[in-house]
Design a protein around this ligand. Sequence first.
Ligand code: TXA
Ligand code: MG
Length: 319
Amino acid sequence: MNFDTAIAADIIAAADFLKSGEIVAIPTETVYGLAGNGLDKNVVLKIFNAKNRPHFDPLILHINSIDALNLYTKHIPEIAVKLAQKFWPGPLTLLLPKKDIVPDLVTSGLDTVAVRVPNHPLALQLLALLDFPLAAPSANPFGYISPTTAQHVYAQLQGKIPYILDGGPCGVGVESTIVGFENDKVIVYRLGGISIEDIEAVTGPVQARISSSNPTAPGMLKSHYAPKKPLITGNVNALLNMFSDRKTGVITFCKPATGATEQIQLSPTADLNEAAKNLFAAMRYLDNSNVDIILADIFPETGLGRAINDRLKRAAAEE
Ligand code: TXA
Ligand code: MG
């Protein structure tokens, strides 16, 4: 299907497309999502097709309040309710046993479904106009960097979708943290916008199961979030020496580097939340610039620094 893709902030227009079974890009606080009726498997199929996403990679259902959780999930552990009460709306996704109403295509045949309440006013207002949840993966072609502005979405999905709901740049900038439960034990499957420290303050110690290649959760595939240009992480000054004969694009946390062709400091004031917010736009900018290679700092392994390092490592992975 070839659409004349519109970008605007009209939730009624977006809702009309969604009600008629089309898919629409929506803003969330983490990244833009490619959204459709999560209860209609034909619509969900459109999402997979627009993204070239393999069917074994399950989607997240977006709802607008904790009250809707019961409609789509069952056997909700008390600790999950506690986490939802603390962090929703917000960048936390919970994996819970699914009810039959959720199509198997959404969960790639798994018996758990991923659910979250996004913290973006337009997404929440839009959901309030709908009587179904929105299945939405990040609105990028499979494997590429997630979009954090409406323009990022347009650059890659124009023609494939009718509407991009423009909610401005995403405030968090990395995807949600994904958490599951095993006999009330809390397991973190993807590092994201809520830090491990903040989760542990609610639950006590969690187990991190951040695998580099887990076939049931390809968002955790080693090579993901990847620019087209090679990206190398490490000590940026040492890397700049190694690649002094190349046009280099550098991503640092807060300090300037010398000798780079292009460079972006993600947070001159050394704020990891600000760095996370700017990360994907920086990767995209350098990928579209005239540099041959992207060099990135390793960030402090604390707070959102962990999610930043995770995304950079996956962007750097070859396969
Ligand atoms: O912040 C976010 O989570 C964004 C915004 C749009 O909400 N969405 C997002 O979706 O990052 P996506 O599809 O790019 O990543 C979802 C991840 C995938 O890695 C998928 O494998 C995992 O969630 N996932 C979904 N359902 C799962 C399940 N039942 N079990 C394990 N992993 C699951
Ligand atoms: Mg994604």
